[in-house]
Design a protein around this ligand. Sequence first.
Ligand code: NAP
Length: 384
Amino acid sequence: MKNIIILGSTGSIGRSTLEVVKQVQERYKVTGLAAGSNLSLLREQVRKFKPDVVSVKEGLAAKFRQMLPRSIKVEVVSGTEGLEKVATLPQGEMVVSALVGGVGLLPTLAAIRAGKNIALANKECLVMAGEMIMAEAEKGGIKVLPIDSEHSAIFQCLVGHRKDDLRRIILTASGGPFLTYSQKKMTAVTPEMALAHPNWQMGKKVSIDSATLMNKGLEVIEAHYLFGVPVKQIEVYIHPQSSIHAFVEYIDGSLIAQLSYPDMKVPIAYALSYPERLPVSAPRLNLLEIEKLTFLAPDRQRFPALDLAYRAIQEGGGLPIVLSAANEVAVEAFLERRLSFTQIAEIIERVMSSYNRKEPQTLDVILEIDRWGREKAEGLIKNL
Ligand SMILES: NC(=O)c1ccc[n+]([C@@H]2O[C@H](COP(=O)([O-])OP(=O)(O)OC[C@H]3O[C@@H](n4cnc5c(N)ncnc54)[C@H](OP(=O)(O)O)[C@@H]3O)[C@@H](O)[C@H]2O)c1
């Protein structure tokens, strides 16, 4: 029985993780859950999985306690401290890091420092502090196992091979809902259109990030830190069928790929059970039904967010933090209809261009740069 903690349990990844746990109940005990403000769903999760401690957004602990029947014994905590408390519970062995955005950084780092293995979905924490996170993990002998389907695929394609023999990594991207839209048509995209991803059911932010291709840019940075591969060896191909999640090419020209039906339960189960595999019940890929597999180079003009991410990691310093912070604010503003779809990348570019470099050597500096990026983006959006 492995004791697990799920940060972001009410989100898309959190819910899929609990579905996997339900399928193999004899193997996992959920000891901690953390969510934001979806209290009714959290109450259901508490009833079903009986964790010892749960965390909710700042200010919601009393309300949540009142929502729970007296018969349920669970400690309720809240806010940043609550997230860290849940992430570092002594009885927890593995933390599923599935909060969305920069809020995932502190609890993920705290979990690593407390000796927990990490099943990582929250890519933003690696974009903000990849070097620090991977160094702390190495120091503590902690495994950081990818949940992101592309990174799970790369991880699986690397097993049993020498890293010295690796030539390049190819991350695939579905291309999102606007793959064939003209530049002009993209200016009129609404949040509803952008949230309708063709292949994956995901949370709002990652759905918008997929539509702009920023998600793939963040994933390039994530892959760079997770696998220690230089960014110039990481490429992106559009693959609209989302059957192949990534390729790893070796120096002899061999390409190894991982395929599965696009269902996050598959990579989640692998991260939970590595090096074993679980007989998880998820739809299977029917190869006989696949008529063709297509690959295209991304259109970097229509999807400038991808190159912004490459630029951020290549220039380095605090720029990836600025990229992630400005993106989070711009996506939120787009969802609130304060910004058009094409203005998301414009705002990020403007914030990045007005950043004067500061090396993010400490956590305080990382958080300061993050704050700066958010405030700058907010200011630019207000003045549009
Ligand atoms: N969804 C996917 O298929 C997928 C695939 C690969 C990687 N990822 C990555 O996984 C991460 C999560 O994505 P998602 O799609 O699962 O997001 P999501 O559906 O939006 O869920 C986000 C979770 O974070 C919680 N949360 C947000 N802000 C919070 C705060 N300030 N304090 C406490 N909890 C907070 C939410 O709680 P409430 O809802 O209760 O407020 C929810 O549980 C992202 O980094 C994403 O890029 C997702």
